[in-house]
Design a protein. Structure first.
Lengths: 194, 190
């Protein structure tokens, strides 16, 4: 989550267009009670927060609820954010924790997809592709919690091992181990469906 | 279950990492000649395709998330200030918040701007009303834009570019007239 520079004075991030310095400025304003500054932070980061929640929970409505709760929690806790980590590290940590807590409370076993694609409009290839996408999302959502967080942050969001380790407060070798187990578990499921 | 190793002794985890990191075509000298590895790589590429497709899928959060968050924080979306465009078939009311968002998004797109905040403020028109104001001779709004700029920018020139761009976008998008645009450069960031 460090910003590089390809042109003078223009931030270029290695992680999806983030700008930690600008985030820091906005956080400073928001800590002083500036709702406008917080709104800009929400707009900057809502897509990724929502996407992480969606991949962990596998349900758009739950992801929306969690995204809203995450930003409310961030707002109420801003005064305690001392800047020891970047804003996004903190934000993604809260997102993962709230998503996993929500998943645990829900306690609903996510069913694996049927073998046959559902009936629907459109060419057969599209129906199969949609079915496969849903099935894949459910497979990710049904991973054990420790593997799932690592998999979503690294494999789906493209964060580096060190970034994932910082977000989850884990040693990097642990991140790599959990990721390997998650990949093999998913590959096994995908092979069973094939 | 997937075995730990192929018959040639290659570790399955290494091959799976190779596939999931998108480097399946970067084969080792062993893989170049090993039929077990070649078959496994081809199979894993095929199986892994739905994961890559899902990761590349575009995800759009509902627009209502921002409004809901702000409503729960402060009721900030209940901004009472509106501009009014009067037409032959009825009035169009535009909240000052819409003008502020238009100005902020425009400002953020200008090179040299790292982050921006914008809000409607009392307009310099008769009547002493606040926000986006409709006057007899037309409509007007005054804007205050607070921003963080990149270090090294010519800040006066940057402010002029912002005023020009914001005035144009507010006019084009909302139909309201920006009577005054105050630019506050609050910070420079490296």
């Amino acid at each position: 989550m460090t910003a590089g520079h390809s042109l003078p004075n223009q931030p270029v991030s290695t992680t999806g267009g983030e700008d930690p310095a600008a985030d820091g400025w906005l956080v400073g304003k928001a800590r002083g009670g500036d709702v406008d500054a917080f709104e800009v932070l929400v707009r900057r980061h809502r897509t990724r927060v929502y996407r992480i929640a969606l991949r962990i929970l596998g349900d758009p409505h739950d992801a929306q609820d969690v995204t809203q709760d995450v930003f409310i929690q961030i707002w109420t806790a801003l005064a305690g954010f001392l800047g020891g980590s970047t804003f996004t590290t903190w934000l993604y940590r809260v997102t993962v924790n709230r998503s996993l807590n929500h998943r645990q409370r829900r306690r609903v076993a996510l069913p694996l997809p049927d073998d046959d694609p559902p009936a629907g409009a459109g060419p057969a290839d599209e129906v199969i592709a949609r079915h496969r996408a849903r099935a894949t999302a459910r497979a990710i959502a049904s991973l054990p919690a420790d593997q799932q967080a690592v998999f979503v942050l690294h494999q789906m969001e493209g964060l580096s091992y060190s970034e994932v380790a910082a977000i989850l407060s884990l040693p990097e070798p642990t991140v790599r181990g959990r990721l390997a187990r998650a990949r093999r578990a998913l590959l096994g499921q995908l092979r069973d469906w094939a | 279950m997937i075995a730990d190793r192929l018959r040639c002794g290659a570790a399955v985890d290494d091959l799976v990492s190779q596939i999931s990191d998108g480097t399946a075509s970067d084969r080792t000298p062993h893989q170049e000649t090993c039929p077990h590895c070649q078959a496994a790589l081809a199979e894993y590429v095929r199986l892994w395709a739905p994961i890559d497709a899902l990761a590349a899928e575009s995800v759009h959060p509902p627009d209502s998330i921002v409004d809901e968050v702000l409503r729960r924080i402060h009721g900030a979306v209940s901004d009472p200030a509106y501009g009014t465009l009067t037409g032959p078939r009825g009035d169009t009311r535009i909240a000052s918040r819409v003008v502020a968002v238009t100005a902020r998004v425009t400002t953020e797109q200008i090179p040299g701007v790292r982050a921006a905040l914008a809000r409607g403020r009392p307009a310099p028109v008769d009547g002493g009303t606040t926000g986006v104001v409709a006057g007899v001779a037309g409509i007007s709004t005054a804007l205050q834009i607070t921003l963080a700029a990149s270090y090294g920018e010519d800040l006066n020139a940057l402010a002029d570019r912002i005023r020009t761009a914001v005035a144009r976008s507010v006019r084009e998008i909302t139909g309201l007239q920006p009577a005054e645009i105050t630019v506050i450069i609050d910070e420079v960031l490296e």
